[in-house]
Design a protein. Structure first.
Ligand code: NAP
Length: 324
């Protein structure tokens, strides 16, 4: 089968397609015929330096998510040919992932996908919608009367959270560092677009003097302590992204760092369930949502797909299809 194997950490333009054997099915694992897969920031990180970490054994097929059909159901309840999505749990890190024509995956990471979407549209869903849905509706407990600030809103994840938040009628303030992308966020339904240029606090308080009720922090620890101050009393902030290239808070003093009467939480997409995936598919059906796709590539164009993500100009989910 054709696959994108990470032999050693490398630059985007060093990624190529190679031929490797189709994995042999084993109990507890199913074989998925991959039709398409989404590209994620974490794969850029694995490809560029995380691949050297002791918990990753190279060579490794990249890819934390994929969509396709069950090729061999092994000892699972899946049927051959059933449409599925798969994500996380070590995909593309502890075991081979979705950048391939076939993926051997633990049953726990594979979910039935009973929704009428093209393979490319479906490929934009598992990791991004699972993270967006969990961050908004589980962690932030988002309601229609909330005012939500999305920091890092032009990311694929940001645009999906914007879409989901607007679908239930919340008011959304969306940030970008780039003047050129302000229109994009307006087009995607943001009520207010704020430029994250060092004057964010002034812009935000001129709109909401008491702050906002909910914040989704996708820039992450780099801006988290500032963002917490933008919350109104009993507001909630969810730290889900690390776009600011900082994964941790050093010397963080929770007593002084978290303002009185606000709540800090986070979301980790490592534990998907069929129940949650069904809720997401129902929500997409109910509100007739279309996943915001940036561009669709072939497997041979994998280097271009990674370069587009690195350019920060994708403005939506990057999808790769396995069909020629
Ligand atoms: N917690 C979890 O389980 C989980 C799951 C999935 C994703 N994530 C994280 O969520 C984030 C979004 O992922 P994605 O794949 O949707 O990203 P993406 O589409 O590649 O994000 C691109 C956007 O990132 C922004 N950006 C890039 N560098 C930045 C910086 N230094 N500071 C501020 N903004 C920056 C740019 O916005 P502007 O140029 O417009 O400012 C750009 O439009 C990532 O950090 C990812 O690791 C976390």
């Amino acid at each position: 089968m054709r696959a994108i194997v990470l032999e050693r950490t490398c630059k985007a333009n060093e990624l190529t397609v190679t031929n490797v054997p189709v994995p042999k099915v084993k109990p507890g694992w199913v074989l998925v015929k991959v039709k398409a897969f989404g590209i994620n920031r974490s794969e850029i990180i694995t490809r560029s330096y995380e691949g050297d970490a002791p918990y990753i054994q190279l060579p490794r097929i990249l890819g934390i998510e994929c969509v396709g059909e069950i090729a061999d159901s092994s000892n699972s309840n899946f049927k051959k040919g059933q449409r599925v999505v798969a994500l996380m749990g070590g995909m593309g890190r502890s075991f081979d992932g979705g950048y391939a024509e076939y993926a051997l995956l633990p049953i726990s990471q594979v979910f039935a996908a009973d929704i009428d979407l093209s393979w490319e549209e479906l490929a934009a869903i598992p990791e991004t919608y699972f993270t967006a849905y969990g961050s908004l509706f589980d962690c932030l407990q988002l309601k229609s009367n909330d005012t939500l600030l999305i920091r890092g809103a032009t990311s694929a994840l940001g645009l999906v959270t914007l879409q989901l938040a607007k679908s239930i009628g919340s008011t959304v303030l969306a940030t970008t560092r780039s003047l050129n992308k302000m229109n994009l966020l307006k087009k995607h339904g943001a009520d207010f677009v704020l430029l994250d240029d060092g004057t964010l606090s002034k812009q935000l308080y001129s709109l909401y003097t008491d702050g906002v009720s909910k914040i989704l922090e996708l820039v992450g620890p780099a801006t988290l302590e500032q963002s917490m101050k933008f919350l109104s009393h009993h507001g909630i902030i969810c730290s889900t992204g690390i776009l600011g290239n900082k994964g941790t808070l050093e010397n963080f003093d929770p007593i002084k760092g978290i303002p009185n009467g606000v709540y800090l939480c986070s979301f980790f997409s490592n534990y998907p369930t069929q129940e949650q995936m069904n809720k997401i598919f129902n929500h997409i059906r109910q509100y007739r949502l279309k996943p915001p796709i940036s561009k669709i590539f072939s497997m041979d164009e994998i280097a271009d797909a990674h370069l587009l993500m690195e350019s920060n100009m994708a403005n939506g989910k990057i999808v790769v299809t396995t069909t020629e």
